[in-house]
Design a protein around this ligand. Structure first.
Ligand code: HPA
Length: 270
């Protein structure tokens, strides 16, 4: 894994002059953040050695290098999901690559179902903490100490100081930002009503099929994370929707300008 990561990093360093400080993972329907970047180069995943190729509709599948103001950024347009059939090492491989490209902070976004009746479709939620309900763990197996320790502290998976900064940015720009717990499930089915109920009982506000493995691996390498969920459908008993992927994408698209603004101003604030 170490050698593969280094090989991919050297390939990418040969294709861009950008030394990114920020990594951004763009979730379903949220890919247009790259319009806020002064793009130096876009590298499709299929051209990147050791990268898997995304199979999901609405995920473009490219690494985009560029600047937001004076800040150097690499954005992942499209990510890899466990439900696509990849193992967890593959799902999280790009996060390791971003780390060794030099990023200090990882901003992770996703589209999510919601079980908190105080929220509504289109709301944006800062992820305060997560619950890992994936059936496989990205750090299972022999640990490579070069990446990080065997036993990773998870008391602050989403950096408190980054969250506080995001809240200030949101307030400054009139963005209504919720803060809550994200629960990660493997999918690809959306939840049954009983499962949404379970998610709520377990103490989560939002549920989705990504983010958790990436943040675990980021924390393994001591990368600070900021997580943002966009509520694309409601799963609470009173307002449960018959959700489908198209609706998720459309709801995410509607909230996209807000998320874009938040991420852009967040990066510019440093
Ligand atoms: N459940 C799981 N993942 C999701 C959902 C959902 O309701 N909406 C968007 N991603």
């Amino acid at each position: 894994m170490w050698d593969k990561v280094q090989e991919t990093v050297s390939y990418l360093k040969g294709r861009t002059t950008i030394s990114p400080e920020f990594g951004v993972i763009l979730g379903s329907g949220l890919g247009s953040f790259t319009n806020d970047m002064e793009i130096e180069c876009t590298i499709p995943y299929e051209e990147i050695p050791n990268f898997p190729v995304s199979t999901v509709l609405g995920h473009k599948g490219a690494l985009v290098f560029g600047k937001v103001g004076t800040k150097s950024v690499v954005a992942m347009q499209g990510r890899f999901h466990f439900y696509e059939g990849y193992d967890m090492q593959t799902v999280t491989f790009p996060v390791r690559v971003l780390k060794y490209l030099g990023i200090n902070q990882l901003i992770v976004s996703n589209a999510a179902g919601c079980v908190n009746s105080d929220y509504k479709v289109g709301d944006v939620m800062l992820i305060k903490d997560h619950i890992n309900f994936f059936p496989e763990h990205p750090l299972r197996g022999k640990n490579d100490e070069r990446f990080g320790p065997r036993f990773v502290n998870m008391s602050e998976p989403y950096s408190k100081s980054l969250r506080n900064r995001a809240k200030v940015i949101a307030a400054l720009h009139g963005i209504d930002l919720k803060e809550g717990i994200y629960l990660g499930l493997q999918g690809p089915t959306f939840e049954t009503l009983a499962e949404y109920k379970m998610v709520k009982i377990l103490g989560a506000d939002c549920v989705g099929m990504s983010t958790v493995p990436e943040v675990i691996v980021a924390r393994h390498m001591n990368l600070d994370c900021l997580g943002i969920s966009v509520v694309t459908d409601m799963g609470d008993e009173d307002s449960i929707m018959e959700v489908n992927h198209q609706e998720v994408l459309e709801a995410a698209k509607k909230a996209e300008p807000v998320v874009r603004k938040l991420i852009k101003e967040f990066i510019l604030s440093f």
